[in-house]
Design a protein around this ligand. Structure first.
Ligand SMILES: [Zn+2]
Ligand SMILES: [Zn+2]
Length: 304
């Protein structure tokens, strides 16, 4: 019992120190993580991993990441985004023989609440073969050009291309009800025009559809969101568990029920975050700062 108390006092002291994560050598010091990518995602991962962990990366393009699911519908994704990101990270470690593997997976779709808005969700994962753990982070962003256009006489192709950031952002083109493969990665206007006239010859009244190419190397907007997720991952990896010292101590869950500022009843707003370790059972409840009272508009009692 005494031992437990003193151990926790030690943990508190360690945590409160601004040098908590600098006091020793990080367990990954000297490692060179391998990133699974066919689409230049090192542009997103390398800067934050250098900045937060001083780690260089190597890429592993021997993994056909497209075989695990494509955005253009040839191959459906098997399992959740988390499953696929973790699987890519484990493959990268396995193939290169490195202790650490990195992987990522994105998903796009209409925003669940905001009409006509789209969201980009990016999941990133780091696998540690030695500890047998996978550390995850994700970002959900409204910054995406995810959009399509069915070309007809009334459609304004130029306005669409301006809106999605062509030609810096690539596009995919095909006949709307035809299965993939479509022509991907189009970034030149003359290529687009000739693809449209080729498709028009056999469209037979069916719509010619242009969609944004969501692969990272031809979509700088998406690359920036992946970079934000990779930065979160690097910061989380830097944070060590106060109990066992494993990297990746961070938010594992949230607790809702912050009290309404008017009636005091619990609301759906977040009251606390639960921090946890991927390696040991250590958990810590961290209350959300009280400075912002919950507006009664979020209260089911005051605003049913
Ligand atoms: Zn209330
Ligand atoms: Zn731990």
């Amino acid at each position: 019992m005494t031992q437990n108390v003193s151990k926790h006092a030690e943990c508190r002291a360690l945590r409160s120190s601004p040098f908590a994560n600098y006091s020793g050598i990080h367990p990954y010091s000297g490692c060179i993580p391998a990133l699974a990518t066919m689409h230049k995602k090192e542009r997103a991962f390398a800067p934050p991993f250098r900045r937060w962990l001083s780690l260089p990366l190597i890429t592993c393009d021997a993994i056909d990441t497209d075989a695990l699911g494509t955005f253009t519908g040839e191959i459906a994704r098997q399992g959740s985004m988390k499953d696929v990101a973790g699987h890519k990270a484990r493959l990268a470690s396995g193939i290169t023989g490195r202790r650490l593997g990195l992987g990522s997976e994105g998903s796009f779709g209409p925003h669940p609440y905001i009409p006509f808005a789209a969201v980009d969700q990016e999941m990133v994962a780091l696998y540690d073969r030695e500890l047998g753990i996978t550390i995850y982070e994700s970002v959900v962003s409204l910054r995406t050009n995810f959009l399509h256009l069915d070309i007809d006489k009334s459609s304004d192709l130029d306005a669409f291309l301006r809106c999605i950031g062509f030609p810096q952002h690539g596009i995919v083109i095909g006949i709307a009800d035809e299965p993939a493969p479509w022509t991907k990665g189009v970034q030149k206007r003359h290529e687009l025009d000739s693809a449209i006239s080729e498709l028009a010859k056999r469209a037979d009244g069916r719509a010619i559809r242009i969609t944004t190419d969501m692969r990272a190397h031809v979509n700088p907007t998406r690359m920036r969101v992946i970079r934000a997720a990779a930065a979160r991952l690097a910061r989380r990896v830097k944070s060590l568990c106060p109990s066992c010292g494993a990297p990746g101590f961070g938010i594992v869950d949230v607790q809702r029920g912050a009290p309404c500022s008017d009636c005091g009843e619990p609301t759906e707003r977040i009251a606390a975050t639960l921090l946890g370790c991927a390696c040991c059972p250590r958990r810590e409840l961290q209350p959300v700062r009280k400075s912002e009272p919950v507006d009664p508009k979020y209260c089911l009692v005051c605003n049913p």
